[in-house]
Design a protein around this ligand. Structure first.
Ligand SMILES: Cc1cc2nc3c(=O)[nH]c(=O)nc-3n(C[C@H](O)[C@H](O)[C@H](O)COP(=O)(O)OP(=O)(O)OC[C@H]3O[C@@H](n4cnc5c(N)ncnc54)[C@H](O)[C@@H]3O)c2cc1C
Length: 342
């Protein structure tokens, strides 16, 4: 394992440097990195493709990148395949490659930026599906320098949350995810519960003058998801961003009732309700708001964009202004979705 200073790529295009960074090609490398960080007392932080982080200019811990992009077929029966995927694999490539094999389930998660290793951390989700539904286990190296497999049932997966996210927030608890094991169905069972996705098929078939199909194929669902995402979300290659900057708040019934009176439309979620952070921001007038090089994306205010040379400090200050305004107007505390890494 070679350590060296490095500029840290990130989709917000914030200038950030690590004093020390290393590429990890094996479990042995990962253990060596843990030992190095423990001896140097500098801490360790793994990064993937930098699409869900706000990086401060000087990142203090040893920054590690898992390079394994392999896909291994562990088992197959009539109904399911089990595959183990290296943390360094690009998420969208995995979606494409599994669909091409006839291994289904990940179609609604097409085009989410980032790496496989980061996917369990915030339990990536989109269009009615969360990755936790397909994870069997996650292989990690802990701060105590041992390798272990954590079963999905022990990952505390929840909306944009997991046991890993909490652990990373406690900066003294280093964690390296080496690979993720998925169990994917061989029979298509597409999920069109998300209204916008269901509508996309009705519109497409109406345009083509055809009858609505019973259920589209997973590849068609992936194509529809990609079309919606391309229409709604800024391409980070063109407009630097980290996707949704705030989580949708989970609220109780009395808060839901209180918000309804103020033109907000909470919706049922698990045992309670969820409210769209974008709707709160919209109602509070944040759609398209700008402060210098930082602003809310006009079609989706939840996405904060670096339009030029914004700094992390400026971006986080702008986010705080939004949080303050939503708290004053709706008595709701918006929580940041990306992790701030310093
Ligand atoms: C345009 C856009 C759209 C997006 N849409 C969605 C969406 O629909 N749904 C959704 O859930 N997310 C979405 N995101 C957020 C992002 O794509 C995901 O959170 C993704 O999983 C982050 O992957 P990454 O490799 O870039 O992780 P990074 O940003 O590099 O890291 C994210 C976190 O994971 C940790 N981490 C990364 N890799 C490892 C590892 N191997 N071991 C231990 N810790 C690790 C980091 O320390 C950090 O805390 C979007 C982002 C963008 C830019």
């Amino acid at each position: 394992m070679i350590t060296e200073p490095r500029q840290l790529p990130n989709t917000l295009k914030l200038p950030a440097n690590a004093r020390l960074a290393a590429d990890l090609s094996s479990a042995a490398d990962a253990i060596e990195a843990m030992v190095y960080a423990a001896n140097a007392g500098c801490g360790l932080r793994c990064l993937g493709e930098g699409s869900n982080v706000v990086l401060l200019p000087e990142v203090q811990p040893l920054v590690c990148y898992v390079k394994d992009t392999s896909i291994s077929l562990l088992s197959r029966d009539e109904d399911f395949v089990t595959i183990k995927v290296g943390a360094g694999k690009n998420w969208h490539e995995l979606v494409e490659e599994t669909l091409a094999q006839g291994w289904f389930g990940l179609e609604n998660l097409a085009l989410i930026p980032g790496s496989v290793g980061a996917a369990p951390i915030q339990n990536i989700g989109a269009y009615g599906v969360e990755v936790a539904q397909f994870i069997e286990s996650v292989s990690v190296i802990d701060a105590n320098q041992t390798a272990r497999d954590i079963a999905a049932s022990d990952c505390a997966f929840a909306y944009r949350d997991s046991v890993f996210k909490a652990r990373l927030a406690a900066s003294d608890q280093a964690l390296i995810i080496l690979s993720v094991t998925f169990r994917l169905p061989l029979r298509a069972n597409v999920n069109l519960a998300y209204a916008e996705l269901a509508e996309a098929f009705e519109l497409d078939t109406a345009k083509a003058g055809k009858q609505k199909p019973h259920a589209p194929a997973p590849l068609q669902v992936a194509a529809a998801v990609m079309a919606i995402r391309r229409k709604k979300l800024p391409d980070p290659g063109e407009y630097a961003n980290a996707g949704s900057f705030f989580k949708n708040p989970v609220i109780d019934a009395s808060t839901a009732q209180r918000l309804q009176v103020r033109s907000v439309t909470p919706y049922r979620f698990a045992q309670g309700y969820k409210v769209s952070a974008a709707q709160l921001m919209d109602l509070a007038g944040w759609k398209g708001a700008r402060s210098g090089d930082v602003g809310c994306w006009p079609k989706q205010p939840l996405v904060l964009v670096n339009y030029g040379q914004a700094s992390a400090e400026h971006l986080l200050g702008f986010a705080q202004e939004i949080q303050r305004s939503i708290a004053e107007r709706f008595e709701i505390q918006l929580e940041l979705e990306p992790s701030v890494v310093s």
